[in-house]
Ligand binder design. Structure first.
Ligand SMILES: Cc1cc2nc3c(=O)[nH]c(=O)nc-3n(C[C@H](O)[C@H](O)[C@H](O)COP(=O)(O)O)c2cc1C
Length: 170
């Protein structure tokens, strides 16, 4: 599978089969985060892999009741270990860095035949308490990981000419 195919075929998966993710595949997905670019190569991140069924069940409620958190065999929680750095462009580096790393992992998961769903709907404070994440660490995102038990159609996207302009902003 080439990168474009992974981009094109990926869907948010919200139903998972009762099947474990092979350790070799998980390691390759995590390696994709390690190799991701970051602002000034600072790599201020830590990825928490949650496999425990009991812990994932506890996370459902603070994840706005999203049952896939308990159903998927793995939840990856993407944490920033430093969140003060602002790039010259005015954007905080940590949200950008972590989002790139998560995107890389999600695409690698797609290549390996695994489904994912990015989670933005969760209580950071409650996740931090359950996962014993220190106060100064920020959670940027989390995603479920496992074998899909659904095959959703592509979700709609705006046409290219609506979202691209050339040479100047139009
Ligand atoms: C930043 C971000 C946060 C998201 N949060 C959630 C979430 O909490 N729960 C969920 O079911 N999907 C979540 N999604 C998935 C989006 O709803 C999904 O990507 C979008 O509807 C397009 O569908 P597709 O991913 O299948 O192409 C999130 C996606 C992104 C990028």
């Amino acid at each position: 599978m080439d990168v474009f195919e992974a981009v094109k075929e990926r869907r948010s998966i919200r139903k998972y089969r009762d099947a474990e993710v092979e350790e070799e595949k998980l390691q390759k997905i995590l390696e994709s985060a390690r190799l991701a670019p970051s602002a000034a190569n600072r790599q201020q991140w830590k990825f928490l892999v949650v496999k425990s069924q009991k812990t994932r069940e506890k996370l459902v409620e603070p994840a706005h009741g999203q049952q896939m958190v308990a159903q998927a065999p793995v939840l990856v929680v993407a944490c920033s270990t430093e969140s003060e750095h602002v790039m010259p462009c005015g954007q905080p580096a940590y949200t950008v860095d972590l989002s790139i790393a998560v995107s890389f992992m999600i695409l690698e998961a797609q290549e390996l035949g695994l489904g994912t769903c990015w989670l933005g709907a969760f209580s950071e404070d409650a996740f931090k308490e359950i996962l014993e994440i220190p106060d100064d660490i920020r959670i940027v995102a989390a995603f479920t990981l496992g074998y899909a038990d659904e095959d959703p159609d592509p979700r709609p996207r705006k046409p290219l000419d609506e979202v691209i302009s050339y040479e100047k902003y139009e």
